[in-house]
Design a protein around this ligand. Structure first.
Ligand code: AMP
Length: 481
């Protein structure tokens, strides 16, 4: 995505509005700190030599963020050195350590997306012994090697045996229900996005936080920041974002889920921001200062009302995304390609994949992709072994986009891909089920992604074997040519 220097000012402006809005609903946020788990990712260069990196990495590395003036409403427990450390383990470890040390001052806990906060909780589950050890002695684990981070933490850490005892006591309990409020008892809300694909994490967040409010404060993308939620303490299902008309030029493509699409006789008609109608769904089209022209972001929004004259939108969904665990967005074509590539390994066993579907399993942390396969084994004496199917899992992972592979390799935000082989005839049963619920036989298409409980139950009850990817796929910060 192209971007330009002045875009940072515009984004900064949007950020600067978040706390004044929050202050209307939650008083006293200037009396404590925010525990935010924020991370940078590695950078690369385009073939033309331009720097390429994720939008938030750009922001955290900018002077706007690094040398931000003191603001009592925006005091974070994490020092810049921890946020800016490119090694995700060291970054998370030190951010968690600082969060634990400041536990009574923490008034809000957050990450950008819900998946990031859950990853932090998982990290605590895996590392609380070492963290408590450091708190007890006031020293820093040798696994943190970054010199500037060690130096910075040296100034922050002090021995606190009582806190270490407390952390051990809470974390060694069998149940982690309400762990966030147990460890950070003054937390007033969770600051995480739980709209769109992130809604799948709401029950888990509620479990760990005892049902704390979840504030979805803003709506943004790499291409452009769009707007903010003027009622951030509302229920996730009621969240609407008010688009800020100064962020870009916004247009809207009417989206009719039942229409066949646009034809030569009925070309698309773009609607301006001022002309959108309440209740209607639109696809967002932006023209940005950085040079995107009438660019389709891929998000479908529904107009829910107006703030003065500015329309407010409910995020309905992203087009064409089948699977998403973290910031990965895997579409139908990518999944299809991955299945094709993996199924090549079955040829020598005279076996083919007759049908498949997928599921984003977020019950475990990190979540992972589950692919259901129905196989046609022509020679039962030579059917593919567990080892071969494991290699198929890896082959699928190798075919996924780089955001997926980065999540697997560098961020550990996505777990190993799993293939569940189902009994022959399962997909026919799936079709019978859909037809019994009113689907047309003519137009029935195998859903390439499922999450409806009865369908999941049907599929899971027919599983004959499960296989996990045995290794990490290939990923480097460099682009693949
Ligand atoms: P990225 O460019 O990777 O940052 O992804 C941007 C996309 O994430 C947007 O186009 C949306 O599909 C999604 N997204 C960002 N903010 C929100 C939000 N507040 N609620 C739902 N989806 C969001």
């Amino acid at each position: 995505m192209p971007t330009i220097k002045e875009e940072l000012d515009r984004r900064q402006l949007l950020y600067s509005l978040l706390m004044p809005v929050m202050n209307l609903y939650v008083p006293g946020l200037d009396k404590g700190k925010g525990l935010y788990f924020l991370f940078v990712k590695s950078e690369t260069r385009t073939p033309g030599g331009l720097l390429a990196r994720p939008v938030l990495t750009s922001y955290y590395k900018s002077e706007h963020f690094k040398t931000r003036p003191y603001d009592p409403y925006n005091v974070y427990t994490s020092p810049n050195e921890a946020i800016l450390c490119p090694d995700s383990f060291q970054s998370m470890y030190t951010q968690m350590l600082c969060g634990l040390q400041d536990r009574h001052q923490v008034l809000r806990v957050g990450a950008v997306f819900a998946s990031g906060l859950l990853r932090a909780i998982r990290f605590l589950q895996l590392n609380w012994q070492q963290l408590s050890q450091d708190i007890e002695t006031g020293t820093l684990n040798q696994k943190v090697t970054d010199p500037s981070l060690r130096e910075c933490m040296g100034k922050i850490l002090k021995p606190d045996p009582e806190l270490a005892r407390f952390v051990r006591h809470e974390c060694s309990k069998e149940s982690w229900e309400g762990i966030i409020t147990r460890i950070w008892p003054n937390t007033k809300y969770l600051d995480v996005i739980v709209t769109g694909a992130m809604a799948q994490y709401i029950p888990t967040l509620d479990y760990y936080s005892g049902g704390l409010p979840k504030a979805c404060t803003m709506y943004a993308s790499s291409e452009c920041y769009f707007g903010l939620n003027l009622n951030p303490m509302c229920k996730p299902s009621e969240v609407s974002y008010t688009i800020m008309p100064n962020m870009a030029y916004f247009e809207f493509l009417p989206h009719d889920p039942n229409s066949a699409g646009f034809t030569r006789d009925s070309p698309p008609k773009l609607v301006d921001l001022v002309d959108v109608e309440i209740g209607k769904e639109y696809e967002l089209v932006i023209t940005t200062y950085a040079g995107l022209c009438r660019y389709r972001v891929g998000d479908i929004l529904r107009v829910t009302g107006f703030h003065n004259s500015a329309p407010q939108f409910h995020f309905v969904r992203r087009k064409n995304v089948l699977l998403s665990i973290d910031s990965d967005k895997t579409d139908e074509a990518e999944l299809q390609k991955a299945v094709e590539n993996a199924s090549r390994l079955l040829r020598e066993f005279n076996t083919s994949v007759v049908e498949y579907t997928s599921y984003a399993d977020t019950k475990t942390i990190p979540g992972h992709y589950v692919i259901y396969w129905e196989l046609l084994v022509k020679d039962a004496a030579n059917s593919p072994t567990d080892d071969v199917l494991k290699q198929c899992c890896l082959a699928m992972e190798e075919s996924m986009n780089s955001v997926y592979r980065q999540g697997r390799v560098a961020d550990n935000s996505i777990g190993p891909l799993e293939i569940r082989v189902v009994r022959n005839g399962t997909f026919e049963e799936l079709m019978d089920y859909a037809i019994s619920r009113g689907a047309s036989i003519n137009q029935y298409k195998v859903p390439r992604c499922v999450n409806f409980t009865p369908i999941m139950e049907l599929l899971d009850s027919r599983v004959v074997s499960t296989h996990f990817s045995p290794a990490l796929p290939h990923w480097t910060p460099e682009r693949r040519r």
